[in-house]
Design a protein around this ligand. Structure first.
Ligand code: GAL
Length: 716
C-alpha cells in the first residue's frame, strides 16, 4: 500500500508551463508537465501517446518498493528548458545540454561509449559496423552526467541528435568562425541541445534522476521491472554444437568435456534439431533426435541443460502453422510465416506447442535468432499484421514479444530460464536473456559489454573461432568474464581444446569463472534487488576520467575534408560487479595500458598494489586476463568445480584486497526456481573492519551452499 500513498500524494504537475495535451498547445513549442510517479521518477505525456509502446510489450511492472528504498533525488535540469511539441504526426523533443555534459546509452553501440556529437536513428537491426542507431537493442534511453536520464517510451524508429543541431534560438550559441583564418573553425559547431523526433503524434517520456549516473540507471532498470537472477546453471559454461549434430554426437561431445575435465553446464542445439529449418517446424528431427525426451533427461542427469536455437518463422502448412496462420503477418521471412505475438491466441498456440514438445520435456530455454534483421531478411516496413500494429512497431518489439511469451511458460513451471536473444529493447531488463550477434570484433565486443550496462540489457562476447591460439585464449577469457561464457561452434565445430597448445590457459579461464560463481551470483542478485548492472562502464565510477579529449582530425580531401576531430575515450576495460576491473588483452597482445580509478587498486592474482588513480602498463602471459580489485574489495570464491551441480557444501574462500575496510553482500537461493521473489533466499554481509573479517546474517530463508568460511587477506 505504501507505494499507492506515495503516488497519490505526489501526483502533481511539476512544471506549470502549459498543458502538453491541449489541442492548441500541440502546434507550439511547450515545456511538458512532469508527474512525480515514484521517488526520482517523473512521467510526462506529450499529446496523446500511442497505447502500444515498449513498456506495454514488456509486461513486468515497476519494482516500486526497490525504487522507493533508494529515496528521492532532485531534478538537476531546469524543466522549462525541456521542450516538446507535435506536428503532422511527429513529436519533437528537446533537452538542454551544458558545456562538458556527457550523454551515454541510446542503444547497444559497439564503437563508442559517449554519445554526445552523434546522430542516430534507433532501429532494431543487426549491427552493421557503425554506431548509427541500427543495432540489436536500440533502447531509446539516455543518461546524462548531470544525474538524470530519460526513456522515450515509443516503439517507433526514433531519431536522436545528441548535441549536433544548432537552433537559432539557442541559449548558448556557438562562436561563428572564419575557416579561412581561424584554426579553431570546426565542422561540428557547439550545440547546446539533445533533440529527438518520434514519428508519432504523441509520446510518453519517463525521467529518472539520481545522485550518480549509476543511480539513474538503477532507477531505470527497476522501473522497467528488472534486473534478473539467472538460474545457477546459466552461469556455468555453455557450448553450442554444430548444426547437424545428432543426439549421439552431442552425447559424445559431452563425454569429451568430461574426459578433458572442462566445465560444462549447458549444451546449445543449433538449427539441426528441427525436422526442417529456415523456416522451422519446431518438431524434433526423427532421424537426428529419435527420442528427444530421453535425450534431454539423460543430459539433465549428467548436470547438463539443453538450450534450443530457433527463429520464430514457421514452416508453412504444418499442423502448428495452420493453427497460428490466422494470426500471422502479410509477409514471410525465409518463406516462414511470422506470428503476431501481440495477439493472445498466437501466443497461446505457440505456448501449447512448446509445452508439449520442448519445455514440457525439460528443455531449459531458447536462443531466439534473427529477430533483428538484416533488413533484407526481416519483413519489410510495408508488411501488415493482424493486430493492426505497424511493421515498424513489430520490428522494434519482436524480440521482447518472444521473451514475454517464453517468460510465461517458465514462470508457470516455477522454473528459471536463461537464454539468448538477438533483438531487445527497453523493458528487456526483466527478462533472462543475453544478446549476441554475428559481428566478431573482440575489441568492439568489450565496448558493447560496457554499453549494455547503460541500457538494461546483457551482452555476451561469445567465442566462435580464433585467428591464432593467442586470440582464442584472449576471447575465451573475455567470455568467461561476461554474463554468458560460451563457445558457439554452430558452423565450425570448435571446442575448448581446438588450440591444443593453449588448452591449459583456456581451461584455467573457465575454471576461474566457476570459482568466482559466488561473486557473480551475488552481483546478479544486486541487479535484481537494486537494478545495478552487473557489467558496466568505468564511466560509472565517480572521479574516473574516461574522456581522453579530442584529437584534431587531419585535413584530407578524400577521407576527412572537414578535418573533423576524433574523440578518444576508454572503451576497452570495464567493471565486473562492484569490485573487479577487467582489462582484457586482445589478439597477440601481452601488454596493455590500464586506467585505474581513484583509490588503490590491487592485482587480483597476487594481491599486490597495482596503482592508484593512474595509468599503468601491465604485462600478462597467456594464462591470465588482467584483473584488478579495489581497496577493501571482497571477493567470495569456491574451489574449482566443473558443473554448478557441485555448488553445494563448498568451502567459501573470502579474498580481501588492500587495507581499507569493506563490505560485500553475498546471496544464495535454490538456484532454479522463482521462490526468491517471495523471499526464499539467504543473504549475508561479509565485513572487513580493521583487518578482521566477520560474517553477519541479513536473511536466512533459503539454502546456503557453503560449508565453512575462510578469510584470505591477499598480499599479506
Ligand atoms: C546465426 C546465429 C548463429 C547461429 C546460426 C545458425 O544467425 O547468429 O549463432 O545460430 O545463425 O544458423
Amino acid at each position: 500500500m505504501k507505494q499507492f500513498k506515495f503516488i497519490f500524494s505526489l501526483f502533481l504537475i511539476l512544471n506549470a508551463g502549459c498543458n502538453p495535451a491541449g489541442d492548441k498547445a500541440s502546434d507550439n513549442v511547450v515545456s511538458p508537465g512532469w508527474h512525480n510517479q515514484y521517488p526520482g521518477v517523473y512521467k510526462s505525456k506529450v499529446n496523446t501517446p500511442e497505447k502500444f509502446n515498449l513498456l506495454s510489450v514488456a509486461k513486468h511492472p515497476p519494482r516500486f518498493e526497490a525504487i522507493e528504498d533508494m529515496g528521492d533525488a532532485r531534478i538537476p535540469i531546469d524543466l522549462k528548458e525541456v521542450r516538446a511539441f507535435s506536428k503532422n504526426g511527429r513529436t519533437y523533443l528537446r533537452f538542454p545540454l551544458e558545456k562538458g555534459e556527457q550523454i551515454y546509452g541510446l542503444g547497444l553501440n559497439f564503437k563508442t561509449v559517449q554519445q554526445r556529437g552523434r546522430i542516430m536513428r534507433l532501429h532494431v537491426d543487426h549491427y552493421g559496423g557503425r554506431d548509427n542507431g541500427r543495432t540489436h537493442a536500440p533502447v531509446p534511453f539516455f543518461v546524462s552526467t548531470r544525474g538524470y536520464g530519460v526513456l522515450i517510451n515509443s516503439a517507433r524508429y526514433i531519431e536522436v541528435y545528441v548535441g549536433t543541431g544548432v537552433s537559432r534560438d539557442s541559449e548558448h550559441p556557438p562562436v561563428v568562425r572564419d575557416r579561412n583564418t581561424d584554426p579553431k573553425w570546426s565542422a561540428k559547431p557547439y550545440s547546446d541541445n539533445l533533440e529527438i523526433v518520434v514519428p508519432a503524434g504523441g509520446v510518453e517520456m519517463i525521467m529518472f534522476t539520481g545522485k550518480t549516473m549509476l543511480d539513474v540507471i538503477r532507477r531505470f532498470n527497476l522501473y522497467c521491472g528488472g534486473g534478473i537472477i539467472p538460474p545457477k546453471w546459466g552461469l556455468g559454461f555453455w557450448h553450442r554444437t554444430p548444426t547437424l549434430f545428432s543426439d549421439k554426437k552431442v552425447e559424445e561431445e559431452v563425454s569429451e568435456f568430461e574426459k578433458r575435465n572442462f566445465p560444462l553446464d549447458v549444451i546449445g542445439l543449433e538449427p539441426g534439431w528441427h525436422s526442417k529449418a529456415y523456416p522451422n517446424t519446431f518438431m524434433w528431427d526423427k532421424g537426428r533426435f529419435p527420442e528427444p525426451e530421453d535425450f534431454v533427461k539423460k543430459l539433465k542427469d549428467e548436470g547438463i541443460r539443453v538450450n534450443l536455437w530457433m527463429n520464430p518463422y514457421l514452416w508453412p502448412g504444418t499442423k502448428l502453422e495452420k493453427k497460428i496462420h490466422p494470426y500471422t503477418g502479410s509477409h514471410t521471412v525465409w518463406n516462414g510465416t511470422v506470428p503476431d505475438y501481440t495477439i493472445p491466441e498466437a501466443r497461446a498456440v505457440m505456448q501449447e506447442h512448446f509445452r508439449k514438445y520442448q519445455t514440457g520435456i525439460g528443455v531449459s530455454g531458447f536462443k531466439v535468432d534473427e529477430v533483428d534483421g538484416f533488413d533484407r531478411w526481416l519483413w519489410p516496413d510495408v508488411a501488415t499484421f493482424p493486430s493492426g500494429h505497424d511493421a515498424e512497431q513489430m520490428r522494434q518489439t519482436y524480440g521482447m514479444q518472444f521473451m514475454e511469451l517464453a517468460d510465461e511458460l517458465f514462470r508457470e513451471k516455477n522454473q528459471r530460464t536463461y537464454g539468448l536473444i538477438r533483438a531487445a529493447n527497453a523493458g528487456s531488463v526483466a527478462y533472462p536473456y543475453v544478446i549476441y550477434n554475428d559481428y566478431y570484433s573482440h575489441r568492439d565486443f568489450i565496448t558493447a559489454l560496457i554499453n549494455s550496462g547503460f541500457i538494461g540489457v546483457l551482452w555476451t562476447p561469445e567465442v566462435r573461432s580464433g585467428g591464432s591460439a593467442s586470440d582464442w585464449v584472449r576471447r575465451m577469457q573475455t567470455s568467461c568474464f561476461s554474463p554468458m561464457a560460451m563457445i558457439n561452434a554452430w558452423a565450425n565445430g570448435k571446442k575448448p581444446w581446438s588450440f591444443p597448445d593453449v588448452y591449459q590457459e583456456v581451461q584455467d579461464a573457465a575454471y576461474l569463472r566457476m570459482q568466482l560463481l559466488p561473486y557473480l551470483y551475488s552481483t546478479f542478485a544486486e541487479y535484481y534487488f537494486k537494478g545495478t548492472p552487473p557489467f558496466r562502464a568505468m564511466n560509472l565510477i565517480e572521479g574516473f576520467k574516461a574522456d581522453l579529449g579530442e584529437e584534431q582530425g587531419e585535413l584530407n580531401s578524400t577521407d576527412n575534408p572537414y578535418a573533423v576531430a576524433i574523440k578518444r575515450e576508454i572503451k576497452d576495460q570495464y567493471m565486473f560487479g562492484n569490485n573487479i576491473l577487467v582489462a582484457p588483452l586482445f589478439g597477440n597482445e601481452t601488454e596493455r595500458k590500464v586506467m585505474l580509478p581513484p583509490g588503490k587498486w590491487y592485482d587480483f592474482y597476487t594481491g599486490k598494489l597495482a596503482g592508484e588513480g593512474e595509468v599503468i602498463t601491465v604485462k600478462y602471459g597467456l594464462d591470465k586476463i588482467p584483473l584488478f580489485v579495489k581497496d577493501g574489495g571482497i571477493i567470495p570464491m569456491i574451489p574449482r568445480i566443473r558443473q554448478t551441480k557441485e555448488w553445494k557444501d563448498q568451502p567459501l574462500e573470502v579474498r580481501v584486497y588492500g587495507t581499507a575496510d569493506g563490505e560485500f553482500t553475498i546471496y544464495d537461493d535454490d538456484g532454479t526456481s522463482y521462490d526468491f521473489e517471495n523471499g526464499a533466499y539467504t543473504m549475508k554481509k561479509l565485513i572487513v573492519k580493521d583487518g578482521q573479517g566477520k560474517i553477519e546474517d541479513i536473511r536466512r530463508d533459503g539454502p546456503w551452499s557453503y560449508s565453512e568460511v575462510k578469510w584470505r587477506f591477499m598480499g599479506r
